[in-house]
Ligand binder design. Structure first.
Ligand SMILES: Nc1ncnc2c1ncn2[C@@H]1O[C@H](COP(=O)(O)OP(=O)(O)OP(=O)(O)O)[C@@H](O)[C@H]1O
Ligand SMILES: [Mg+2]
Length: 295
């Protein structure tokens, strides 16, 4: 598990695993595609976040291995979003650190962390409501590629080549998340489920190594949740590493390779789903939680 994986790309094997090479090619032509679980891509080390007298995250450590879908679960207020916020530069850790590919992210501004390859979505959707779905994604592309949004939107001649690439990539991403038919709708006019998917497309547009999803299925009915989990599997099969916050334990069981459980800011378990399911500490943390709580 300690060696970095530099896989020889076996196109047939990738296809068999359901990798949509066409989309991967359009979205990020220079990206290495790796679908094997490998070394620790992200290391969260002894992370503590205090808000005044409240310790929202208490000395939490875990790794996210390359190519895995790691679930981060726990009851309301357990510290899941706080953990994301600390990882992505929204909050400065009280102590502890976060490493991406062995290099610390501490102290970096949010956009620099994005550029280093850690992208996220928000529990409360944050889109540019007055921009179309496609424009929202092009903004994400801009975080990585040098296309200016102005150029992309107003078709200035100097931007034409990159603009085309950005629009093509943006459309490929919208197709990938299943909302290409709404590319030209203002994002505030999109149905709720489409907005959630658009957030994922926008995060993917930054060409991340790790995609962190904060309750992407919140407010979905069971069928919509299943569809979203299928999309998350496809994203991983496309070579991304995924950290998924979800406090519906049943839901994450089916999609994750491993699960980290938080309760009152502390890590209480870190294991494969079938071990988590039978862990008495986890069961007791969830006692009293409504089964289908999607808040
Ligand atoms: N900016 C903040 N200032 C003060 N307290 C905060 C802040 N952000 C979070 N908290 C507190 O930290 C604790 C952890 O909150 P957090 O949002 O991380 O939980 P969560 O696991 O994401 O919960 P949920 O499932 O409800 O989204 C809670 O007690 C919350 O009230
Ligand atoms: Mg939260």
């Amino acid at each position: 598990m300690s060696e970095a994986i530099e896989p020889e790309i076996d196109i047939d094997a990738l296809k068999e695993q359901g990798v949509d090479l066409d989309v991967a090619e359009k979205v990020a032509p220079e990206r290495e595609i790796s679908v094997e679980v490998g070394d620790a891509l992200v290391q969260v080390q002894n992370l503590t976040i205090k808000f005044g007298g409240l310790t929202a995250l208490d000395n939490v450590s875990f790794d996210i291995n390359r190519g895995e879908i790691l679930g981060l679960i726990g009851p309301n207020g357990a510290g899941k979003t706080t953990c994301f916020n600390a990882m992505t530069g929204v909050y400065k850790p009280t102590s502890g650190k976060v490493l991406l590919e062995g290099k610390p992210l501490n102290g970096l501004a949010q956009h620099k962390i994005t550029r280093r390859g850690l992208a996220r979505t928000f529990q409360n959707i944050r889109l540019f409501g007055e921009m179309t779905a496609l424009e929202n994604v092009v903004v994400g592309l801009d975080a990585r590629h040098k296309t200016s949004v102005g150029g992309a939107l107003f078709r200035l001649p100097t931007h034409t080549r990159e603009e085309k690439t950005a629009v093509e990539r943006g459309m490929a991403l919208l197709e990938f998340v299943g909302i290409a038919d709404h590319a030209h709708f203002l994002s505030r006019h999109l149905p709720y489920g489409y907005q959630r998917r658009l957030e994922i497309a926008r995060a993917l547009a930054t060409d991340p190594k790790v995609l962190c999803l904060d309750e992407p299925a919140a407010g979905f009915n069971p069928a919509e949740k299943e569809e979203l989990m299928a999309l998350i599997r496809t994203i991983r099969n496309d070579g991304y590493t995924v950290l998924l916050i979800e406090h519906d334990m049943k839901l994450v069981m089916g999609v994750t390779d491993r699960i980290v459980v938080l309760e009152f800011g502390k890590k209480i378990a870190d294991a494969v789903p079938k071990v988590i399911r039978d862990d008495p500490k986890v069961i007791s943390a969830y006692l009293g939680e409504p089964e289908d709580d999607v808040a």
